[in-house]
Design a protein around this ligand. Sequence first.
Ligand code: NDP
Ligand SMILES: O=C(O)C1=N[C@H](C(=O)O)C[C@H](O)C1
Length: 224
Amino acid sequence: METPVRLLIHGASGRMGQALMRLAQNDARLRVSAQSGSRESDRLRDLPEFDVAIDFSSPEGFDAVLALCLERGKSLVSGTTGLSAGQFAALEAAGARIPVLWASNFSLGVAVLDRLVGQAGQWLKDWQLDILESHHIHKKDAPSGTALSLGRTAEAASGKAPVYHSLRGGDIVGEHTVQFTGMGERIELTHRATNRDIFAQGALFAAVRLSAKMNGHYRFDDLL
Ligand SMILES: NC(=O)C1=CN([C@@H]2O[C@H](COP(=O)(O)OP(=O)(O)OC[C@H]3O[C@@H](n4cnc5c(N)ncnc54)[C@H](OP(=O)(O)O)[C@@H]3O)[C@@H](O)[C@H]2O)C=CC1
Ligand SMILES: O=C(O)C1=N[C@H](C(=O)O)C[C@H](O)C1
């Protein structure tokens, strides 16, 4: 049997962190060798060995785990949203030294939605473009990372700048609609996540794949 990939779960006590811990513990390809949260933020250097860090934390947490991965020469899978342009530039640069992968959404359904949006946008250049997203009341960033990614795809295809609409309510896991509105008709492309295990499964899949990759800046879509 293959040696399991050793994981650091960064943001382990959070909603995503808990899903990752539970699913990784039942996956023979993986072993959680380290975990961290804001309490460990100034002691990350003391963490045990790992091969791939999986980060679902906060923009501050992302900076810290990226620095740790660079220092140790280890891979990073991150799903943290709300990152700045400077943080994306740092991630891109890190790809020259370690394997890195960031995705705003680790579900298969959103990867397919993104492709459908790109196709629709090519045909609907004159139509109004709106991105609607709904999430649970604890979500800190708006628009969501997925809404921004879908918006970039739609704008690249249609040339229209999207207008974003965010709703926060109850325990909604995550819903995204890309709406193209014409005169007398409209198209709504919607994805609804009902369980955050789908994101955790996608991130664990990415970690296994990334552990076998050379240095570089990878996209989730590249692995599918
Ligand atoms: N790409 C995707 O598919 C998905 C992305 N996300 C994104 O993942 C992130 C986390 O979401 P969620 O799990 O709901 O959030 P939670 O608030 O439930 O969890 C956040 C976790 O990060 C930790 N954390 C916060 N700040 C730091 C820090 N500076 N250093 C180290 N750890 C820190 C928290 O630790 P403590 O409790 O100790 O403060 C906690 O464990 C968000 O950005 C969200 O948008 C979420 C779902 C899917
Ligand atoms: O915070 C969340 O919960 C989610 N965040 C991601 C985002 O910002 O797009 C992905 C998913 O929608 C859940």
